[in-house]
Ligand binder design. Sequence first.
Ligand code: GLC
Length: 442
Amino acid sequence: MEETTDLADAAQKVLKENDRENFTIPAEGLYPHQWLWDSCFIAIGLRHTDLDRAQTEILSLLRGQWANGMLPNMILGDNTFLNRRSPAYRIWKSWLNPNSPDELVTSGITQPPLLAEAIVKLGDRMNKTERRSWYQTVFPALLAYHEWLYRERDPHNEGLVLQIHPWETGLDNTPPWMNEIREHSLPLWISLLEKAHMSPLINIFRRDTLRIPSAERLDAIDALVLYSTQRRLRRKNYDIDNILAHSLFAVEDLSFNAIFIRANQHLIDIASFINTKLSDELLNNIKKTQSTLEELWDPYTNQYYSRNFVTHRLLKESSIATLMPLYAGSISKERAKKLVKMLENEHFFGPSYPIPSVPVNSSWFKPTLYWQGPTWVNMNWLIIDGLERNGFHDHANALKESTIEMVKRSGFSEYFNPLTGEAAGAKNFSWTAALVIDLLKT
Ligand code: GLC
């Protein structure tokens, strides 16, 4: 019991240290800005200790919303005060798109739609009157965001929303995406650098590998691929019609869409709580997303995959996204059971400190390499929630316990080696701390 209190206190300390008044940075040094899904996870933890501050975390996110409804994955800073020589400022140039806010510099892409989850989780800590007023405050922004996702990211009205950069999934170098980019849009200059084995030289110029061992960060070539993909989007001023017209590649990402399905359910519940009617068009779209997710199921390998937006080819690489339909909450018991079986298998998603971000027996698996092996607390949190709602209470409890145990042993790291439970990546990472508070208190 005492140990538990100590852990919760230590987690709170991490959040205090990363607190920048109205938002929380993910980690000192490596991540100095505000990120979309990070702030949602952080607010979910903060609601137990300081509900006002948790609300501020969400409201400060909404400052970054674009006029078309998009929520950017990063808010880089105030337009007038931001150092114009800072790399983030020069990389994004959000002002190229007329929808970007005037006072803030942001990124030009989004991240998983966790906003609705965070809004509801904060609402759970309020009495009815407070909740109504909270929901009324944030509902217009939430609605505009979901409507934007359908309008701009489901241009053929298929039900699934597309993503244009792996950063939008939050799982940056996840195998299905890296495979797809390498096959379809690897610039010639990057292939040449790769052939010439230039990674060690490129690493000299990286900021992240100054702080974290390079074996724990993305491979240098993969990092270049991600930046060059971002540059192509910037050249199109982050305009989706322009991007799709030039057939830059796009993926209907499994994890993103699973989160969207859950978020839509929350949106419906929030609207009903404040007696607001959602349009028939939106409600039809929401239904369609649930049914179209089933098109991502592959009967030969018994699992879901992301798919290429243009060709509809499934990207058959397993990753942590494989389990995310459990979080969506819309899949059949039979399919849910098949996913849970993979979690039970120690050669797949069930090593000593689950859940690895790619299966242990995958050729991609590297235990400390970012989204290509390590265990991440945010994904565990989402899947614990999904297991609960699908009725797998024992699995949910076991995963909760191993997650807490891992953090108790190794600290509030960004990610963990799933074979040993050892820390990897940045230290004192905010969402690890916030979600451990939540796991301890719920
Ligand atoms: C990395 C992660 C992403 C996260 C960001 C800030 O880019 O892949 O999910 O939001 O860092 O923590």
